[in-house]
Design a protein around this ligand. Structure first.
Ligand code: DAH
Length: 351
């Protein structure tokens, strides 16, 4: 046994040569040797397994020897590990030098995307008019997106051509078809189902449509608005949206309400603002009309109140919806929608 223990010391000494320690994986090599000699299944434990078989009078001396050898092996390994560190440092000091006095390369600060800035600004503007914020899911049930909003079964918006429907797996078992919401209007329904009237909230978020050309992207942002109370009138709708337009585009802007149609409002109106590019004189952007369409609105249809669990004989309200990219383009005078989604820093750094 004595010979085998002594041989371990010689063996380890032979392994831990400077050349090996200088190599890139020197530290790993030392660890390997530690496992080989002193690991749980290493040589040392194997030899020590035999101590019990020795006659009792030899055991004490054997134990003492074993302790001395173990300490020696540990000492060699610790020394080798320190040597690895030293050699590494030496190598670094001799290597290429860093000039720490060179000036640093500046990193430009990041910025909010113009769409985010516009969205936050719209929400903040309505916040000052007393509107809180509500949100809903982007993956939505057909019932919230269409049915409860009084959109008839044969309405073109429900067509597979326009709406992204999801299917497969557990979705097949859902109570109504599952889709990517095509507008933020379903959040009106969710909000009313969650709280009794009155409601005064805006609902920002992403929406999806199977549209892709120069002026349409398959994903864009909308801000929805809903105001419900006893005896809310169309005059309040006009006053609220006119205040918003002036706050957002500047006090010189004029608004115009044109009769329109949406299944979820009656009566409905589209809102135009005097052209922010030419101040109403007529230009390419407003197609010489002097006006720009910026949002849809109307008085909430009684069927919508009924679907959302409100008593349509007790409350009235108005709703509106606007496209954030469009408002951002008008506000920052951007003429190509696609620049909004390219994330070219040279574009984004201008806002
Ligand atoms: N949801 C409509 C759209 O995506 C916009 C809209 C129009 C929302 C009128 C409304 C509204 O709340 O009253 O085109």
């Amino acid at each position: 046994m004595k010979d085998r223990l002594e041989a371990m010391v010689t063996g380890l000494k032979g392994a831990l040569v400077e050349e090996r320690l200088r190599a890139d994986n020197g530290a790993a090599f030392v660890e390997e040797q530690r496992v080989k000699y002193l690991g749980k299944k290493g040589e040392f434990s194997q030899v020590m397994g035999g101590v019990g078989k020795l006659p009792p009078e030899e055991r004490k001396a054997a134990g003492e020897l074993a302790n001395r050898i173990k300490a020696e092996l540990e000492g060699l390994l610790t020394k080798a590990a320190a040597q690895v560190d030293e050699l590494k440092l030496e190598k670094e000091l001799k290597g290429p030098r860093l000039d720490v006095t060179l000036p640093g390369r500046g990193r430009p600060p990041g910025r909010r995307h113009p769409v985010s800035q516009t969205l936050e600004d719209i929400v903040a503007t309505f916040g000052r008019l007393g509107f809180s914020v509500a949100t809903g899911p982007e993956i939505e049930l057909d019932w919230y997106n269409f049915e409860a909003l009084n959109v008839p079964a044969d309405h073109p918006a429900r067509d597979m051509q326009d709406t992204f429907y999801l299917d497969g797996g557990w979705l097949k078992a859902a109570a109504s078809p599952v889709l990517l919401r095509t507008h933020t209007s379903p959040v009106q329904i969710r909000t009313m189902l969650q709280q009794p009237p009155p409601v005064r909230a805006v609902m920002p978020g992403r929406v999806y449509r199977k549209d892709s050309d120069v002026t349409h992207t398959p994903m864009f942002h909308q801000v929805e608005g809903l105001f419900v109370d006893k005896q809310v009138t169309f005059a309040e709708l006009k006053g609220t949206l006119d205040s918003f337009a002036k706050a957002f585009f500047g006090s010189a802007v004029q608004t115009r309400f044109r009769p329109s149609f949406f299944p979820f409002t009656e009566p409905s109106a589209e809102v135009d603002v005097s052209c922010v590019m030419c101040a109403g004189k007529g230009c390419r952007v407003c197609k010489n009309s002097g006006w720009l369409e910026v949002l849809g609105s109307g008085m909430v249809h009684p069927n919508v109140f009924t679907a959302a669990g409100y008593d349509a004989t007790q409350v009235t309200g108005f709703a509106f919806g606007m496209g954030v990219e469009r408002l951002a383009m008008l506000r920052y005078r951007i003429d190509d929608l696609r620049t909004m989604f390219e994330n070219d820093y040279r574009f984004l750094a201008q806002f």
